[in-house]
Design a protein around this ligand. Structure first.
Ligand code: ADP
Length: 400
């Protein structure tokens, strides 16, 4: 009896005969029971840590809606303390009216959403009954999903609007041509205007396809080297055509055609598209007589910098942060009149980010702008390195 009461952790008294056998059997069942309890405890802990690892919130309520347990995600989303708030009635702590009435109404077929008390966003909550009148509260932070849903909706609305305007103009002209006899001069004018609207839609669809491609394709290769000089040469030709002699255009200090050029690792097509968008903006938003400069340099830390500068209208500070949003324009009619789609800078930002870099914008109304593409050192190779590699390749070929 003394052993059972005070010394159960130790071996049972060694007796002989009947009492010895009893002691031995009692000890054996005690040990089995202890092992079972320890196993159950471990399983419970594993189970709770599995729920703890869930990316969603999980909270268990007892029959009186008191918090039995919650994981830390639920605690974050509801603004609770997982230890201190245990066994508190949940409605004392989560007072959001939508949640309280959902819990009290007891109709749990559908999830509800409301502003998460512990978040600066929206949480979706679904309740399930289990056991005897107990409830499982599952919660999910859907702030990001809501944001991207609303972005998608406004994107579709914007695209529809952008396409509807030229379509309305075109259909107006088509009706006019069908019902009114036009003079030759009028017919030519109408044709020209129709061609303008068609070009506008073509540019828009082209930019939309470019964006879709950028979003849907893997990151550009880190081992395909694109000559900066080649990109600048192509861009310069396009800029001169667009400017038609109205601006001074300076395109970096480009080395001669057969001299080695600095290079960037990535996609030539994408880089070309980014730089030509910037240069086209610089030309379009700079009045005649101004200048557009495209300068390439490698900074001391190896970062590659491609700066497109103009002396044009400039941009007020309050617009700078929003410029790369799709369809954001400072001056809508100036953009459209010069063939803008409102998508150019979002394409530029996408391209530079896919190359591991960033877009830096500086501008002052009235004195011009500077749009810099910054490429990380890992994707930039100076001309001296290129010529070193070329010499090595020559030497290697000679050797063979
Ligand atoms: P858009 O097709 O309208 O030019 P972008 O995305 O290329 O679209 O540019 C967004 C807006 O930023 C433009 O509508 C214009 O108002 C402004 N912007 C872009 N580049 C310049 C620049 N070099 N100078 C002044 N404003 C610019």
């Amino acid at each position: 009896m003394h052993w059972l009461q005070y010394q159960r952790g130790e071996a049972s008294p060694r007796g002989v005969g009947f009492w010895g056998e009893v002691g031995h059997r009692v000890e054996r069942s005690l040990r089995t029971l202890e092992r079972q309890v320890a196993n159950e405890q471990t399983r419970l802990e594993q189970f709770l840590s599995a729920i703890e690892a869930s990316p969603n919130g999980v909270m268990l309520l007892d029959a009186n809606d008191q918090i039995e347990w919650c994981n830390s995600v639920a605690a974050d989303q509801f603004g609770l303390d997982p230890l201190r708030d245990r066994m508190q009635p949940v409605t004392n702590l989560v007072r959001e009216p939508a949640f309280v009435s959902y819990l009290q109404a007891g109709a749990f077929e559908e999830a509800i959403t409301f502003p998460g008390p512990g978040l600066r966003g929206t949480v979706s909550v679904l309740i399930r009954r289990y056991g005897e009148s107990m409830k499982l509260v599952l919660s999910q932070d859907i702030t990001e999903r809501e944001r991207s849903d609303s972005m998608r909706r406004s994107f579709v609305a914007n695209v529809s609007h952008e396409i509807r305007t030229p379509l309305t103009v075109l259909s107006g002209f088509i009706e006019t041509m069908a019902s009114v006899q036009l003079t030759e001069a009028e017919r030519l004018r109408v044709n020209e205007l129709m061609a303008q609207q068609t070009r506008r839609m073509q540019l828009l669809v082209g930019d939309l396809l470019t964006l879709a491609q950028l979003e849907g394709s893997p990151r550009p290769p880190a081992d395909r080297w694109v000559s900066v000089q080649q990109v600048l040469l192509q861009v310069r030709v396009a800029a001169e055509a667009l400017s038609a002699g109205r601006h001074v255009i300076v395109c970096g200090e480009t080395p001669g055609a057969d001299e080695p050029s600095d290079s960037i690792a990535g996609s030539e097509h994408e880089l070309h598209s980014a730089v030509s968008n910037l240069v086209s903006n610089a030309v379009r938003y700079t009045p005649a007589g101004g200048s557009v400069k495209v300068l390439w340099s490698i900074r001391g830390d190896g970062t590659g910098e491609l700066d497109v500068r103009d002396t044009g209208f400039g941009i007020a500070a309050e617009h700078l942060l929003r410029l790369t949003e799709r369809f954001y324009r400072v001056d809508g009619s100036r953009s459209r009149d010069t063939g803008g789609t409102g998508l150019g800078l979002s394409i530029v930002k996408h391209v530079v980010q896919r190359h591991g870099g960033e877009l830096e914008i500086r501008s002052e109304p009235g004195s011009g702008s500077s749009f810099k593409l910054l490429f990380p050192a890992s994707r930039v190779r100076g001309a001296s390195r290129v010529s070193q590699l070329r010499d090595l390749a020559h030497a290697d070929a000679g050797h063979r």
